[in-house]
Design a protein around this ligand. Structure first.
Ligand SMILES: *Cc1c(COP(=O)(O)O)cnc(C)c1O
Length: 471
């Protein structure tokens, strides 16, 4: 660019009159010189402009709306490191209170003043901690019995979230998966027990399966596992991955037994930043009793001004989410959480019903058990359609919606589905706007005379080879 035509810049130079605004942004090296803060701010802010509005992102489970007071509290705590418990002891106390509340929400039988649990950066860290504890308990039992402890395995359905694949890879635990099928859209209990043996560290059922929104039958699993353990003499426990369900079931189905009321459920994890309604960066894991948290998982450090015991994979982490969670508990109370979750449920059910009525679609499940659902193309319609759900995803993106289309896990991976996650912040009016955009997009697709590129790839079965789309 011709620099000569520009006069010398001074403090009166407009942000968009500056040289930075006509120069490429740094992509490889730290810039040699300084940039005025307002210009740097504008540059960074504008990088995010082409992205979707977070509340129109119906792909994510993670909170995209909190009220002004919560936002203020969290912003005011932005400079607080959770790990500095000595310096910020009230944060540690609030964290303990949140853990107590979560544990009691899940009917913990533990009598101690402080329930046994830990916070994580999300469910991923919480799942890892639950998994590691199960593995160490299994190992200690095997060692004590003088048996080999080098071939641990874990059993769950192919509807697992990717964290379990990471857990098994990183800790070298064999992952034994039970396929989801059209007949068994959730964990097949008989098949799960067939996959177990003396080396099984735990079975992981899911409350709120990421792929489908359904719940595994945890009470049924517990009952069958009890008989299995009695017969074999094993002591295989259950860790419930309740990333979504952990904050849905206690409010909408308190009578349903899926938690510590069940005999073999020894640990449960959830995402505080999903239906716990806190902005990203928060997960919880709770054990049924202190004795199920192996000592090796607690680390003491003495250089923060006192002896601090810590359970977690991270050391430093933001404290703001704890304030957000504790605020939500006080602000909403049981009644408030129930209202918010019920509204999300009602709107999810409304969308489910409306989409089910469109001739081109078919819902995957008749029922909506968490505030999310998936649907596919009607099989008859699919035979003559010139488009796919991937085209619909792209069309909706033009009006700002992110509604993901994806193929299902192994065994049913020929199926393309689309998913909507309804969260706090999605109103009936927004649902109507979305449904209108879906209807308009379909009407346009029906005018097509030739198949779309995505349809051609689908008919050539290329989408199954992971070549076309990833998710
Ligand atoms: C979201 C999710 C996770 C991972 O949770 P993060 O909070 O994103 O780390 C694990 N399991 C299930 C079932 C989930 O839905």
């Amino acid at each position: 660019m011709d620099q000569q035509k520009h006069t010398t810049e001074d403090t009166l130079t407009d942000i968009f009159g500056s040289k930075e605004m006509r120069s490429p942004a740094p992509t490889e090296f730290i810039p040699k010189n300084k940039t005025a803060p307002e210009i740097a701010y504008q540059l960074v802010k504008d990088e995010t402009y082409p992205q979707t509005q977070p509340r129109l992102n119906l792909a994510t489970f993670v909170t995209t709306y909190m009220d002004d007071y919560a936002t203020r509290l969290m912003n005011e705590a932005i400079n607080i490191n959770y790990i500095d418990e000595t310096e910020y002891p009230r944060v540690a106390v609030m964290c303990g209170r949140c853990l107590n509340i979560v544990a009691n929400m899940w009917n913990s039988p533990e009598k101690a003043e402080w329930k046994t649990g830990a916070l994580g950066i999300g469910s991923s860290e919480a799942c890892m901690l639950g998994g590691v504890a199960a593995w160490l308990r299994w190992r200690a039992r095997r060692k004590a019995a003088g048996k080999p402890f080098d071939k641990p395995n874990l059993v769950m359905s192919t509807g697992f979230q990717v964290v379990w694949e990471k857990f098994c890879q990183l800790w070298q635990i064999e992952m034994r998966t039970v396929p989801l099928t059209l007949d068994h859209p959730t964990l097949d209990i008989d098949e799960a027990l067939k996959a177990c043996d003396e080396n099984t560290i735990c079975i992981v059922p899911i409350a709120g399966v990421t792929w489908t929104g359904l719940d595994d039958d945890i009470e049924g699993l517990d009952k069958a596992l009890d008989a299995y353990n009695a017969k074999t003499g094993y002591e295989i426990p259950i860790h419930v991955d309740a990333a979504s369900g952990g904050f849905i079931l206690p409010f909408l189905h308190p009578e349903k037994k899926w938690d510590f009321r069940l005999k073999w459920v020894l640990s449960i994890s959830t995402s505080g930043h999903k239906y716990g309604l806190v902005y990203p960066g928060l997960g919880w894991v709770v054990w049924k009793d202190k004795k199920y948290l192996p000592d090796e998982m607690s680390f003491s450090v003495n250089y923060l001004g006192a002896n601090i015991t810590q359970v977690g994979l991270n050391f430093s982490r933001p404290a703001a989410q704890i304030l957000g969670q504790y605020y939500n508990f006080i602000r909403l109370g049981f009644e408030g959480y129930k209202e918010v979750q019920q509204n999300s449920m009602d709107i999810a059910k409304y969308c489910h019903e409306q989409i089910g009525k469109m001739p081109c679609f078919r819902n995957y499940a008749k029922e909506v058990v968490n505030p999310l659902f998936i649907w596919m193309m009607d099989p008859e319609y699919d035979k003559k359609a010139k488009w796919t759900l991937f085209d619909l995803q792209a069309a909706l993106q033009q009006s700002g919606w992110m509604v993901p289309a994806y193929t299902m896990p192994k065994n049913i991976d020929e199926m393309i589905v689309m998913r909507i996650v309804v969260r706090q912040g999605m109103s009936r009016d927004m649902a109507d706007m979305l449904l209108g955009d879906i209807r308009n997009a379909v009407a346009e697709f029906e005018k097509l005379r030739y198949p779309t590129p995505s349809r051609i790839k689908y008919e050539n079965k290329e989408h199954q080879k992971g070549k076309v789309y990833t998710h």
